[in-house]
Design a binder for this molecule. Structure first.
Ligand SMILES: [Zn+2]
Ligand SMILES: [Zn+2]
Ligand SMILES: [Zn+2]
Ligand SMILES: [Zn+2]
Ligand SMILES: [Zn+2]
Ligand SMILES: [Zn+2]
Ligand SMILES: [Zn+2]
Length: 1753
């Protein structure tokens, strides 16, 4: 069908392209009815351009639309060619000073914590960097999209509103200037015409709801039968559901379905089928049927294609309008005018109104398009922003209602624009006074919370999921209210007062509905059946917390308003609790001759609620009054006379008693919901407007009462009245009641009650209660947090209440109370309390949780012990109360409290007969201490002759009255001082008695200061003890350190101790002994030589190792059973110079020659732990069996993949996938001692060449022998075998069966992992992979040592040393388990790459061979030849000649590739021997390359280049021969800084002047050099046709990261998904290895890998890191490690804030800076191939990591 349509479509396109925009515009200019003319044009052309087939063609549509539809409008508007017209407009424009940049998703935004009026004021990165705020305290976040830069908005910033860029355009009275003056009358008129028509058209068509019919003006005569089945998004159905349904309904592939679903999710709708009506209708019904089972069905519409076409054009038009107004502020103003002009239907009929009001009916794409247009037009024009704000406020209620019905997230709702008006102070105030906005918002909110109980309170009890959903949406109204209140008025007009108070009334109505909501009754007998709903009420409370605080802040600003609000609040409280007696019986209480009337009410029996927002608001206002000037000067003017103190305290007291009873375990049967409520009541998020205010309310009430009366009421509410009012009740009580629970309960209640009294008198740190300011309050919070333990910045922030600007005020005071300690390589920076602040510690600080209190107590006592002080924690000296609260101190000396204290002390004295507790006593002691401190303060501050009425000391000296006749409190304290059972409190009692005496002295001596005297003596005393103390302290520290080390050690060994106690010690011994053996070289005086005939002979030491599994010790021997090391083999690209290269077809891949780019290496690592082979086998089998059972049962992943042979080392849990056998140096076993004359290099090459030739002939003959045997056998015999060569000789394998088996096991594992193929021990490539892994691992370690500037044979970590030794020896012994001829064949080819041989062609040129790999392979393959050679050539000779040959080849390689054309200065007279030699060699090479080698560098330069280039090779060779032959390294190598060239040459048996090698063997070398240089590839390279690696290769590093994290965010926000056409990526992720940015964790970028869908990161690791990857998730600021498809972990990022903390998830938003040490640590993990191991450890430590779908990242 498509092909038939094609010509037709093309014809249409041709026709369209023939249209002339100029002509059409001309016609429009003449038209009498322009609207009709334009509509006709659109009606005719739009359906021809848009929606002509099943799929949109955006580029083509855009092109045609521009040509046919938009072009004419632009011509019309400009009155000339728009390519000239628009630039003219732009030039005439005076652009606004607002930045207004609309944020993309993920773009970084900045807010200044010092200058932003509120946290919603943000800057774009460009403006921020050009502003003064970059040097202030700022916060950085990533935008969720929407919103714009506030640069230039003078209301948004207290200071520096303009950045450099936007400052340029400010002129003084800009606001008055009408932007239209820059436009000509004509342009204005035409713009107005065309904007009016087009804007109306767009609005009309986008809000059009009919599916089959166009507006009359757009209807065409003939209508085709072409429809779309349009699918809309909702928030109910998941991606998977939609994809699944679509595949069924429209018969598409999964890929197409994913495409549809992605577009629907992004744009809000997508046509999924195109065709006639029937065809589309059918798809619709399938979709509806399939998605309607559990939820409401997906929204689908069958729409006529012409409607869709017009709507698409409508969207295009909106974005066009947005672009056009960008040319000129005048055009923008015209558009605003057009938009807000009232339509024919009066109020709310402007185009803007119409769009807003249909917002919830529009699809996502349409919404965001017009929101963006509003932002770039209405919100950028200050005059119209105001008018728009009014329209918004007028429609507010309706918009919110629509939003409530809608299911889209708020970000795509027009209601989200509220932040743009409400946070602008003048707009907000205007809306409050003119549109009564506060009241509107609150009323709208109330309207949506309809469920009330009989008393009109909110009810959330039977609250459904739908209600919960709506409740969540309703909360955005609270946010709006917060916006309105966030900037406080600087001056009040009468209107503002009036409207604010009106709003306050509405707010009180709201609080009234909350006062007493969710009441609870204590459950007795049975446990509660169903946990009651509590979260909704608390959510409401929590969300309102800031609003309540802000209401108070507003009131505080104006005395009139404050007093009015106070009255209103009080009136509402009276309404709520006017008849608070509620029919409860009045009773009279009597203690100590005091009596009070109250009601009978028991918290444990009646209803009680934790929600008391009205009382708490009143408490807040009361404190404000107390702070105000009136309270000091004319307290009588305050409306205090109406207060009834008993009523004020009643409900808060009930609430606190409830908490006490819950704590005492009396409410256990009420379940967890109550426990949670109590928790939140005290939690830092809520306490400011809950618990704190209840305390204040009690303080308020009590300050107006007789303290004795209050205490009696309190005793009664705590249900403790009986105990304290009846003498001897206590005794009777404890003896009669045997029920232990009840005793316990009462004790707890008494403790809680005493605690409450301590709080009422002691909590004076709210400004208004005590004479303090806000900084004192915050200081005190911090001091108490840090008294528990040192804390990181973020921890501290979390424990402090935040204000509406998310500020805690901490920065201002922290320096005064704490020291900052910087973090190390791990961990965080910490704040520690300054020692001098410890005296302000209050054990009964009211914000401590119980756990915190006991931790703090312990920490503070410990500190005091360390300082050799007594351990008493006396109450701190407190600031004085404000006048309104001053009478509170009298509680301390009230008769009832003295009676309570006396009673408890009495119990303690007669400690056996009573039920009392130490905590009770401790609290009484604290109270006494407080009273003494108070009295002392009073005395010290008392004016002369002023009578101090606080006489606590006198009162406690008096004995109790009849009938008790108990001793005085003082006397009892003296008794208790010596009580053996009160050891802990002795110091406190002593402190009390001392203070008592001090006060007595003050009272006695009229005005001298005896206090100072006593303090003086104490000081003297302490200085005398100082030395002793210091010594003791040091001893203590040492002891602690020992303990810590022991603890760490036992933790480390925990796993193993569990298994076997003995083992623990033995393992330690093993570690110690083995490292001792390894690090003590057999020292000899002469030079040590690692290889060749002159190799230093060493007597091999016997090696004993202990199996970590069975604990038996064994000697490593050739014929004994094998000992193995746990090992981990992995592919690696760490050294790769070409990340695009990877093994395409592993079955055919030939690994014999490693390319110098070192791509596709195989690395072997080991933790160095030794096992018997059979013990390991048994262990592995059991792991395997266990794992299989577990997988069947739980279907869980583990951190290791058993099916792939992975296991964890049984000792250290290090990830492993095979084992390496431990061997003795293999060369010693095969070396035959026949030291006849050894051949020189050319002789040797000749001999070896002959031997190879013979073998080749034999093989040829052998393969032919299958057909005609006898004949060939003869031929073989005819062959001239070199002298002493016996190819039929088969050497005997010296190794035990067990060792042989392990040789095969490790070889096969290396082959399997390295090539990613199925294991096949017969494959000829197995030995090659083993040699390769040996070479690659040595190279990677050499790199690490060089990068870190470490000596070559310095103290390597034990595990590395063990690993390299066994790996090298293994690789050297591996040939014994492989067919000789296979290895001989490899040797032949390897050898031929340097010494040409006719039968080996297409070998790589020397440019394409890594010489170290070649060396290792040749040396390790050589024994297969040598073992059949009885001519007397030793292995050592072979090694030496191979080494020399390869070294020379490498030097030629370096000369060819690494000589730059740089001309040395002393080119003319090369002086040194080396320089002359190398120059000669260079000339030779030059000659053989046919003079293609460019330039004639100096000898000095050449020699330097060669030396530098060959160095890594020599170092690797030294390591290799060291481990192969066991010759100890010369001591010179062991110290750093001595990677000395001469030493290296000596050790390797090389001449110091390397070039001598060539001279000594010039006979053969010249021909070899010639053959190397004549190679075709070499020629191509020299002619510049190809590239080659040059030497020395540079180390690979992780990419450079920017210093400032936000530039990374910015980079990532500009990154769009490569697969979904310019869409922003949701999880942009940076590969730290190669710098690629990927679109991670998203459907769009999933690809198939080995038959499975994987995310972009996993796919990337396969090419970039051959399976392992290191990424940075930019939005989360998190490092991601991946290995394979199933493994991964997160790692802490290398970015820290100023407080030395990372910010994973970017939640705090502090500026982040690169920490180089931490980044280097990550790089080191990568270099050491430890990423996989790190993942293993992380997954073992945190099982949840195992469950993550890493492959989809
Ligand atoms: Zn900006
Ligand atoms: Zn700016
Ligand atoms: Zn600032
Ligand atoms: Zn064992
Ligand atoms: Zn281990
Ligand atoms: Zn990469
Ligand atoms: Zn993508």
């Amino acid at each position: 069908m498509a092909s038939e349509l094609e010509p037709e479509v093309q014809a249409i396109d041709r026709g369209l392209l023939e249209c002339s925009a100029e002509e059409i515009a001309g016609k429009w200019l003449q038209a009498t009815d322009l609207t009709r003319e334009v509509y006709q044009h659109l009606a005719h052309y739009v359906p021809q351009i848009y929606c002509r087939g099943p799929n949109p063609f955006p580029q083509k549509e855009d092109m045609l639309a521009q040509h046919v539809l938009l072009g004419p409008m632009e011509w019309y508007l400009c009155g000339e060619d728009p390519t000239f017209g628009f630039p003219k407009l732009e030039q005439a424009n005076k652009p606004s000073h607002l930045c207004g940049r609309v944020f993309k998703v993920g773009e970084p935004t900045y807010s200044c914590r010092d200058c932003a009026v509120d946290p919603t004021c943000v800057l774009c990165m460009e403006c921020f960097l050009g502003s003064i705020h970059r040097d202030h305290r700022y916060r950085m976040t990533t935008s969720g999209g929407g919103g714009f830069c506030d640069c230039g908005d003078i209301e948004a910033w207290k200071e520096g509103p303009y950045c450099q860029k936007h400052d340029l355009n400010t002129s003084e009275n800009e606001e008055e200037e009408d932007p239209l003056v820059h436009l000509s009358e004509d342009v204005i008129a035409r713009t107005y015409n065309i904007f009016a028509i087009m804007f109306r058209y767009a609005v009309e068509i986008l809000t059009w709801e009919k599916e089959n019919e166009l507006p009359a003006e757009l209807e065409l005569e003939e209508q085709s039968d072409t429809y779309y089945c349009m699918l809309f998004n909702d928030e109910v159905h998941t991606y998977e559901q939609v994809i699944y349904t679509l595949q069924k309904a429209v018969n598409c592939t999964q890929k197409e379905a994913i495409g549809f679903a992605t577009t629907v999710d992004r744009d809000g709708r997508r046509s999924v089928r195109y065709g006639d009506f029937q065809y589309c209708e059918q798809a619709k019904s399938v979709i509806v049927r399939n998605t309607s089972r559990q939820t409401k069905p997906l929204k689908v519409q069958v729409m006529h294609s012409s409607i869709v076409a017009h709507q698409n054009f409508g969207l295009k038009l909106l974005s066009w309008l947005g672009n056009v107004i960008g040319y000129s502020d005048g055009l923008r103003r015209i558009l605003c005018q057009v938009g807000l002009q009232e339509g024919p239907d009066g109020e709310s009929s402007s185009l803007v109104d119409r769009l807003m009001l249909s917002d919830s009916k529009l699809w996502k794409g349409a919404r965001s398009m017009y929101h963006q247009l509003f932002m770039s037009s209405l919100l950028m024009d200050l005059k119209y922003k105001k008018l728009f704000a009014i329209r918004f406020a007028k429609n507010y209620q309706q918009l919110q209602k629509d939003f409530m019905e809608d299911d889209h997230e708020r970000a795509v709702s027009v209601t989200a624009l509220s932040v743009q008006f409400f946070t602008a102070p003048t707009l907000a105030r205007m809306l409050i006074t003119e549109e009564n906005l506060m009241t509107t918002i609150i009323k709208t909110f109330m309207d949506h919370l309809r469920h009330r109980d009989s008393q009109g309170r909110f009810q959330f009890e039977r609250y459904t999921a739908l209600q919960a959903f709506k409740f969540r949406r309703v909360q955005s109204l609270i946010l709006d209210l917060k916006y309105v209140l966030i900037s406080k008025p600087t001056e009040w007009s009468d209107e503002l007062r009036e409207k604010f108070l009106e709003g306050f009334d509405a707010f009180l109505e709201l609080l009234k509905c909350m006062q007493g909501m969710d009441p609870i009754t204590r459950q007795v007998g049975q446990h509660i059946e169903m946990e009651p709903e509590w979260e909704a009420a608390f959510t409401l409370q929590m969300k309102l917390t800031h609003v309540i605080s802000m209401m108070q802040d507003w009131c505080a600003l104006d005395e009139k308003v404050l007093i009015e609000a106070y009255k209103k609040c009080l009136a509402v409280l009276m309404q709520c609790h006017g008849g608070f007696t509620d029919g409860e019986q009045p009773i009279t209480l009597n203690i100590c001759g005091h009596s009070v009337e109250t009601i009978r009410y028991c918290v444990s029996q009646e209803k009680v609620s934790i929600h008391l927002p009205v009382s708490r608001l009143l408490a807040g206002l009361h404190v404000l009054l107390s702070k105000s000037e009136v309270a000091y000067k004319f307290p009588e003017l305050l409306p205090l006379s109406e207060l009834s103190p008993p009523m004020l305290i009643e409900h808060p007291l009930r609430c606190l008693v409830l908490c006490a009873q819950v704590h005492a375990g009396m409410w256990r049967r009420n379940g967890f919901s109550l426990v949670n409520q109590i928790y939140y009541y005290h939690n830092v998020k809520c306490r400011r407007e809950m618990f704190d205010k209840d305390i204040i309310m009690l303080q308020t009430g009590v300050s107006m009462m007789d303290p004795n009366h209050f205490l009696m009421i309190m005793l009664s509410r705590f249900e403790l009245y009986q105990i304290f009012s009846t003498p001897d009740y206590g005794k009777r009580f404890s003896s009669e009641i045997t029920h232990k629970d009840v005793v316990q309960q009462n004790n707890t209640l008494i403790e809680e009650m005493l605690y409450l009294i301590i709080m009422l008198v002691g909590e004076r740190f709210s400004p208004g209660v005590g004479q303090v300011d806000a900084t004192d309050e915050i200081k005190r919070e911090i001091i108490h947090q840090l008294s528990i333990k040192p804390m990181a910045h973020s921890e501290l922030v979390k424990s402090l209440p935040e204000d509406e600007n998310k500020e805690t005020g901490m920065e201002g005071v922290i320096e005064a109370v704490a020291h900052f300690k910087k973090p190390g390589l791990t961990g965080r920076g910490m704040y520690e309390l300054k020692p001098e602040c410890a005296k302000e510690f209050n054990l009964y600080f009211y914000h401590f949780s119980r756990a915190e209190q006991s931790k703090a107590e312990e920490a503070q006592r410990k500190l005091k012990r360390q300082n050799r002080e007594d351990t008493a924690l006396p109450p701190p000296v407190l600031p004085p109360f404000c006048p309104l609260f001053a009478s509170l101190v009298n509680i301390l000396q009230s008769d009832v409290l003295l009676c309570i204290m006396r009673t408890i002390l009495q119990w303690a004295v007669e400690h056996n007969g009573y039920a009392w507790s130490e905590s009770m006593l401790q609290r009484v002691l604290h109270l006494i201490g407080m009273a003494l401190q108070e009295e002392k303060q009073h005395l010290e501050n008392a004016m002369e002759e002023h009578v101090v009425t606080f006489t606590f000391t006198q009162k406690i000296s008096k004995p109790g009255e009849a009938p008790n006749n108990s001793p005085s409190i003082l006397a009892m304290l003296e008794t208790l001082q010596n009580a053996p059972y009160l050891e802990v409190h002795k110091d406190m009692i002593r402190w009390i008695l001392k203070t008592f005496n001090a006060i007595k002295k003050i009272r006695e001596s009229s005005s001298t200061s005896p206090v100072a005297e006593t303090e003086g003596t104490i000081m003297e005393e302490s200085s005398r003890d100082k030395d002793k103390a210091e010594r003791k302290r040091k001893a203590e520290i040492a002891r602690l350190r020992r303990e810590k080390i022991m603890a760490q050690m036992s933790e480390m060994q925990r796993h193993f101790i569990d298994e076997n106690k003995e083992l623990f010690q033995q393992t330690l011994e093993l570690d110690a002994s083995s490292s001792a053996v390894l690090n003590s070289p057999v020292v000899s005086d002469k030079t040590l030589i690692a290889l060749g005939p002159a190799k230093t002979q060493i007597s091999e030491q016997r090696q004993f190792v202990t199996c970590i599994l069975c604990q038996e010790e064994q000697e490593v021997k050739v014929e004994d059973s094998a000992m193995v090391l746990a090992a981990f083999v992995q592919r690696s690209t760490v050294l790769s110079k070409n990340r695009n290269k990877f093994i395409q077809d592993p079955e055919k891949y030939d690994p014999l020659f490693m390319h110098p780019d070192l791509s596709c290496g195989t690395h072997t690592g080991s933790c160095g732990h030794v096992m018997h082979a059979h013990c390991w086998q048994r262990y592995f089998d059991s792991v395997q069996a266990k794992e299989q059972r577990r997988q069947q049962r739980l279907r869980l992943h583990t951190s290791y993949d058993v099916e792939n042979g992975e296991f964890l080392c049984p000792l250290c849990e290090c990830l492993s996938n095979t084992v390496i056998p431990l061997l003795l140096p293999p060369r010693n076993i095969f070396n035959r001692l026949n030291f006849s004359d050894q051949p020189n290099l050319s002789q040797w090459i000749r001999t070896v060449s002959q031997q190879i030739k013979a073998l080749q002939a034999l093989r040829k003959a052998g393969s032919a022998s299958d057909t005609a045997s006898s004949k060939n056998v003869e031929k073989v015999n005819e062959l001239q075998l070199p002298e002493g060569f016996r190819p039929d000789f088969q050497p005997k394998n010296p190794y035990s069966e067990s060792i042989k088996e392990m040789l095969t096991t490790f070889g096969t594992a290396t082959y399997k992992v390295g090539l990613k193929v199925h294991p096949n021990e017969e494959d000829p490539r197995v030995p090659i992979m083993c040699w390769g892994s040996c070479a690659y691992t040595i190279q990677s370690i050499e790199r690490i040592l060089s990068d870190e500037d470490k000596p070559l044979f310095g103290p390597l970590p034990c595990r590395l040393d063990d690993c390299l030794r066994s790996l090298t020896r293994f690789a050297a012994a591996h040939w014994t388990v492989v067919s000789l001829s296979v290895v001989q064949g490899h040797f032949g080819r390897l050898f031929a790459s340097l010494v040409p041989n006719d039968s080996h062609e297409d070998l790589p040129s020397i440019l394409d061979i890594d010489m170290f790999h070649l060396l290792v392979s040749l040396v390790l393959a050589f024994p297969t030849l040598q073992c059949q050679d009885f001519s007397g050539i030793s292995l050592g000779t072979g090694d030496l000649h191979i080494f020399h040959l390869v070294t020379m080849a490498h030097i030629v390689q370096i000369l060819l590739t690494s000589c730059t054309e740089e001309n040395g200065m002393d080119q003319e007279n090369p002086t040194g021997e080396e320089e002359l030699a190398v120059l000669a060699l260079y000339k030779t090479v030059h000659q053989y390359t046919g003079s293609a080698l460019r330039g004639t560098p100096s000898g000095w330069h050449l020699w330097r280049t060669v030396k530098a280039g060959v160095m890594p090779f020599l170092k690797c060779s030294a390591l290799f021969f060291h481990y192969l032959n066991g010759v100890p390294s010369p001591p010179d190598f062991q110290a750093s800084g001595t990677n000395n060239f001469e030493h290296l040459c000596n050790y390797l048996s090389l001449p110091n002047n390397l070039i001598c090698l060539f001279q000594e063997n010039s006979e053969i070398m010249n021909s070899l050099i010639e053959s190397w240089c004549r190679n075709n590839e070499v020629r191509r390279y020299l002619e510049g046709e190809r590239d080659a690696i040059s030497y020395p290769r540079e180390s690979n590093k992780l990419i450079d990261l920017p210093e400032d994290y936000s530039s990374l965010i910015n980079q990532a926000s500009n990154f769009s998904c490569p697969k979904s056409g310019g869409d922003k990526s949701r999880a942009p992720t940076l590969c730290l290895v190669c710098g690629a940015l990927l679109c991670s964790q998203s459907y769009c970028c999933q690809t198939e890998l080995e038959g499975e869908d994987v995310g972009a990161c996993t796919a990337h690791t396969y090419s970039c890191g051959s399976g392992a990857g290191i990424f940075l998730r930019v939005r989360e600021c998190q490092v991601l490690f991946l290995a394979g498809k199933t493994k991964g972990c997160f790692y802490s990022p290398p970015y820290l804030d100023d407080y030395g903390e990372t910010d994973q998830g970017l939640r705090r938003g502090n500026p982040l800076r690169l920490c180089r040490e931490r980044f280097r640590k990550i790089q080191k993990l990568w270099h050491q191939h430890s990423v996989t191991e790190e993942i293993g450890h992380a997954q073992e430590a945190n099982q949840t990591l195992v469950g993550i779908d890493w492959q989809h990242l």
